[in-house]
Design a protein around this ligand. Structure first.
Ligand SMILES: Nc1ncnc2c1ncn2[C@@H]1O[C@H](COP(=O)(O)OP(=O)(O)OP(=O)(O)O)[C@@H](O)[C@H]1O
Length: 318
């Protein structure tokens, strides 16, 4: 049984809370097995609600969810999913290893699993220190360790870097990379693009409960029309004509005496050669790429999402 290609599948999933908030709105999402998958969106986008639905903590209002080929929350599925969704409750006065031994008992796995997962998150050296003495980054890593106790094939981590300083973030980032090895699927949410970009194979962006983009970081850039070259060449008209003749060039515009060329930046060397062979002087040629940050802001920015609210403003000072 089960699906052998997608660890997570959501079809047309909506969650409306009793107060009337639609936290997740007709969401379609597929997380391929064995990927580290970034689930990105601004605060309130619906990430936590989605993750809670995946483990059966929240029931969808409508739609269909399969996690490891099963509906969420079955005992068999929960045995194969490790989740860090809310801060786990650790005892401040107990050591890291004692906290994990307790968690191991709750999860019905042998106590010895505690040492294995401590090593996996790089906390062996501090295993015997009291939890309250841990840095925030170490606390988060202990949370990840607890999620690993069951040797899950799917790991769901809700904003594991939230509130960490840059050093803590880079500690966790190293860890997240290593968690995706051995065929494990990792679903990782964040509202900070840089964190998922460096770690994830694929990224889905949600805003106001809706999926607004899904793909590799390169695909997300391409979906936003990124892929431009800036070229300064003489004579500029001849250069423009020469570039327009190239079948992979989508457009050429002259801006302030330079050419903005819509084309895959990978074509840079080829276009340069073509211009030089045509007797054109090339003074400058460089890609002007949208950063993924710009792409993300464009996808989740107020222009896309805030129209209803902005129309309720009654004027006056801003
Ligand atoms: N139990 C609840 N009852 C009512 N509304 C809720 C509940 N939980 C979340 N919401 C609302 O649903 C929307 C989505 O919240 P959710 O926590 O899923 O988003 P998020 O992307 O995880 O954001 P954050 O990063 O801030 O946690 C928000 O408007 C939130 O206020």
């Amino acid at each position: 049984m089960g699906n052998d290609r997608f660890a997570i599948e959501l079809h047309d999933v909506t969650k409306r809370y009793p107060g009337g908030v639609t936290a997740v709105d007709a969401l379609d999402l597929r997380v391929p097995e064995g990927t580290v998958f970034g689930f990105l969106g601004p605060n309130g986008a619906g990430k936590t609600t989605t993750m809670r639905m995946l483990v059966g903590l929240v029931r969808p209002t409508s739609g269909r969810i399969r996690v490891l080929g099963q509906p969420p929350g079955t005992p068999d599925q929960l045995a194969r999913v490790g989740a860090l969704i809310e801060s786990p409750a650790f005892y401040p006065h107990l050591s890291g290893v004692d906290n994990l031994r307790l968690a191991a008992r709750y999860a019905s796995v042998p106590d010895s699993a505690a040492d294995r997962v401590l090593a996996e998150v790089g906390l062996t050296g501090r295993a015997r220190s009291a939890f309250r003495t841990y840095s925030l980054g170490m606390k988060q890593r202990l949370g990840v360790a607890a999620a690993l106790l069951k040797e899950p094939s799917l790991l769901i981590l809700d904003e594991p870097t939230n509130g960490l300083d840059p050093a803590g973030v880079s500690e966790i980032r190293e860890l997240l990379r290593s968690l995706g090895q051995h065929g494990r699927t990792v679903l990782l949410s964040s509202h900070v693009l840089g964190e998922v970009e460096q770690v994830c194979d694929r990224i889905a962006v949600i805003n106001r409960g809706r999926l607004v983009a899904d793909g590799t970081s390169d695909e997300l850039r391409a979906a936003l029309g990124a892929g431009e070259l800036l070229i300064a060449a003489d004579p500029v008209d001849k250069a423009a004509a020469c570039l327009r003749d190239h079948r992979s060039v989508r457009g050429v515009e002259t801006v302030d005496g330079r050419l903005r060329v819509s084309a895959d930046p990978a074509l840079a060397a080829e276009l340069n050669r073509r211009l030089v062979e045509a007797g054109i002087d090339v003074r400058e040629l460089r890609p002007v790429r949208h950063s993924l940050e710009e792409a993300f802001l464009e996808l989740t920015g107020p222009d896309r999402a805030g129209r209803e609210e902005s129309t309720t403003m009654t004027g006056g000072s801003r």
